[in-house]
Design a protein around this ligand. Structure first.
Ligand code: GRG
Length: 292
């Protein structure tokens, strides 16, 4: 099975689980608001990555499935908040109106908050075949990644650097926190839940950090070159918001070269997996070739 077919099979597994874990649409208004964004057509990249890590470590899907859904909920919550008028003020996401455009800022904010709470609840309650100690370590890993030293600070720095030309290392620092941190947490949480050794977790963390940076450079390139039809959101938004990007700092060609270099480093980090790392290596290729 090629990676594309494999990812769409995994996506179905994730979508079914998310549908099971989310409150039913008819149960409350906020459930309807939450479901709107969760099922708006995201790629499910982070949960797919977690299932691939699980497979590479010979773990069982039930050990990581709830955590994979938890990470997707956290990711979706950050997108909803990122789109708010007080942040990026975007009208479209995943080809649909953003949550606040559809339901208002109050409901969008609350839906994001509820998703974050639900994420921790399902990770703890619905993870199967794993000791409480491992669940707590996975939870701790995710919390550390998104808090004041992780995604939140990435967002703060991103906002503070609007309208300024920042250095390449300052840009990298923003994206290590804003984008790579959650991808790293996803990979590490999956490895912890599958009982991986500290040494393996460290190598997988390295893989995920380079993967996260290549993912972000691809995002910047797409924002520069792609279309609404392909991306499901308005291209050129970085330029409109006067944000420094890999493309604005390096130009298209050098940004592409850096992206390939990051991809190459993902391969080195997982060489210890041998043949078992084949899918993870393919995923790193997919990241830099993606069209949305
Ligand atoms: C984490 C506590 C906490 C607060 C949130 C708003 C905010 C603080 C952070 C914003 C983080 C953010 C939006 C990062 C961008 C990451 C990124 C590259 C998103 C695009 O991900 P894809 O391409 O999207 O996987 P889809 O739609 O496919 O899921």
């Amino acid at each position: 099975m090629n990676l594309q077919a494999y990812l769409s099979k995994n996506k179905k597994v994730i979508d079914r689980a998310l549908d099971k874990f989310l409150p039913e649409a008819r149960s409350s208004y906020i459930a309807k608001v939450m479901r709107y964004s969760v099922f708006a057509g995201g790629k499910r990249f982070r949960p797919a990555l977690m299932l691939l890590v699980c497979e590479a470590l010979s773990g069982k899907v039930k050990q990581v499935l709830a955590a994979a859904c938890a990470v997707e909920l956290i990711h979706t919550f950050t997108l909803i908040h990122d789109d708010l008028p007080c942040m990026d003020d975007d009208d479209y996401r995943r080809g649909k109106l953003t949550s606040h455009k559809k339901f208002g800022e109050d409901m969008a904010t609350l839906a994001g908050d509820a998703m974050q709470a639900l994420a921790y609840e399902i990770l703890l309650k619905e993870t199967k075949g794993v000791s409480l100690q491992y669940k707590m370590r996975a939870l701790e890993t995710i919390l550390e990644a998104i808090g004041s030293d992780g995604v939140v600070t990435g967002q703060v720095l991103d906002i503070q650097s609007e309208g300024k030309k920042i250095s390449l290392s300052a840009l990298e620092n923003i994206h290590l926190k804003k984008t790579a941190a959650l991808i790293q947490a996803a990979v590490k949480a999956a490895a912890i839940l599958c009982g991986a050794s500290t040494k393996k977790i460290t190598q997988l963390d390295r893989y995920a950090q380079h993967l996260g940076l290549s993912f972000q450079i691809a995002d910047d390139l797409l924002d520069y070159t792609s279309s609404f039809a392909k991306m499901g959101k308005q291209p050129g938004s970085d330029k409109k918001q006067k944000k420094s990007t890999y493309v604005s700092l390096l130009g298209k060609e050098k940004a592409r070269q850096l992206m390939v270099k990051e991809r190459d480093q993902t391969r080195r980090a997982i060489s210890f997996l041998g043949k078992k790392g084949k899918r993870l290596a393919e995923l790193a290729d997919f990241v830099i070739k993606r069209e949305r």
